[in-house]
Design a protein around this ligand. Sequence first.
Ligand code: IPD
Ligand code: CA
Ligand code: CA
Ligand code: CA
Length: 268
Amino acid sequence: MDQEKRQSIYLQAKQWVLEAGKTIRSRINDPLTISTKSNPNDLVTTMDDDTEYFFAKNIKQTYPDHLIISEEGYGDELESLDGTIWIIDPIDGTMNFVHQKRNFAISVGVYQDGIGEIGLIYDVMADVLYSAKRGEGAFKNQTRLPQLPEKSFHESILGLNHFWLCENSLVEEKVMQRLVKTVRGTRAYGSAALEFAGVAEGIIDGYMTMDIAPWDIAAGIVIVNEVGGKTTNAFGEQVNMLQKNPVLTCNPSIQTELIEDYMKKGKK
Ligand code: IPD
Ligand code: CA
Ligand code: CA
Ligand code: CA
């Protein structure tokens, strides 16, 4: 994608993200219609639906040849990453949205033939927009984010869900317990997109998740890339953007140790 096309799609995407966020804020105290999906804790609300519909309708009207991968069903069924693809999570952190009315984000990535060109993560209630265009740096609102500094493993903070410490099919629990005891601290924010933004901002040094969909990470990958961060699957291989993956995004200075000494050693 050339710079001019990237810039014009970026401006349009940003406008829609800010508009969708404003609508959510204005309706934040309205009564919610909540349903469940795969299990009783997998929540979805009419706000998730309405927000995704807003994006899908606008994208299809403005860019009839663009494609959409998204969570709530208004996207396309894709078998390849060819073309210009919007990868959208209308509300990332629905559980936070329902229970806390904050700590959730709108996440929009735009990919061209599988390459991440634009990433936007909007922390709606805080009114903070993380954004990046490929090769042009990452920003928190108007402020450019610096390249990630060198970090020692022992002084790192990792974003990880507590399920990593429970019996699971990916990694030995004992190895994950050793990891948690070795690093400085762990956090679980409940929004994959905001955890990617946190890695890009350097307030956490890595985020790992067991089973995450393309819409959770598409924008985050672009933003993290722009500050020198690395994203792979949990075992160091390339992420497949057409399916769910266990994913690790982190400061490059802790990547090798994390993958070799923990993830690969503990792999089941
Ligand atoms: C979820 C959040 C959560 C992560 C889940 C995601 P949703 O997204 O990002 O932090 O642990 O795997 O599904 O359903 O709230 O958009
Ligand atoms: Ca969901
Ligand atoms: Ca999500
Ligand atoms: Ca969602």
